[in-house]
Design a protein around this ligand. Structure first.
Ligand SMILES: [Zn+2]
Length: 167
């Protein structure tokens, strides 16, 4: 994760990083130290990838920042290393599910694909803001587990991993 280190160094030197189209854009009130510029250009492609937002509007860097903040907050509340990371990871999963809501038309179950039956109504999962996914209540647990697995896979691809808790 050298690109992340390069970003952290740049920020510490007062350089704001952004994207101008597909290019990396720097903003600083004073000329940054040559070492910062050098490491930014060495990791340029990776940094651009980290800064590029996904469909949910957040970049990998946004997720890493969110994870770091949640881990720090958990530590402030007295959790230790791996517990704080586990809490932060759980927060990331919830946030990902909220930012990537599932919607489906009413009248058909998103889990099994079948229609509503009088003995087995379809229920709306989700919120009014994000829209609803319609499922039979018995189809929800498996569907939700799949969604959670999607969140974990996506987060892992950005370098945020579920801590091993030895339990
Ligand atoms: Zn169903």
């Amino acid at each position: 994760m050298n690109a992340i280190l390069a970003i952290a160094e740049a920020r510490a030197a007062g350089v704001e990083l952004g994207l101008d189209g597909d290019a990396l854009a720097l903003e600083a009130s004073a000329p940054p130290p040559p070492a910062v510029i050098e490491s930014l250009s060495r990791h340029k492609a990776e940094i651009i990838a980290l800064l590029s937002p996904a469909d949910d509007g957040w970049s990998a860097l946004d997720w890493l920042t969110f994870f770091g903040e949640r881990a720090r907050m958990a530590a402030v509340h007295g959790l230790t290393g791996i517990e704080a990371e586990a809490r932060a990871f759980a927060c990331c999963v919830v946030e990902w599910l909220n930012r990537n809501p599932a919607r489906s038309p009413s009248g058909r179950c998103l889990g099994c694909g079948q229609a509503e039956h009088s003995h087995d109504p379809l229920l709306p999962f989700g919120t009014d803001q994000t829209g609803h996914a319609w499922l039979h209540s018995r189809c929800w647990p498996a569907w939700h587990a799949t969604r959670k697995a999607d969140a974990i896979t996506t987060l892992a691809a950005m370098g945020i991993n579920q801590p091993r808790t030895h339990r």
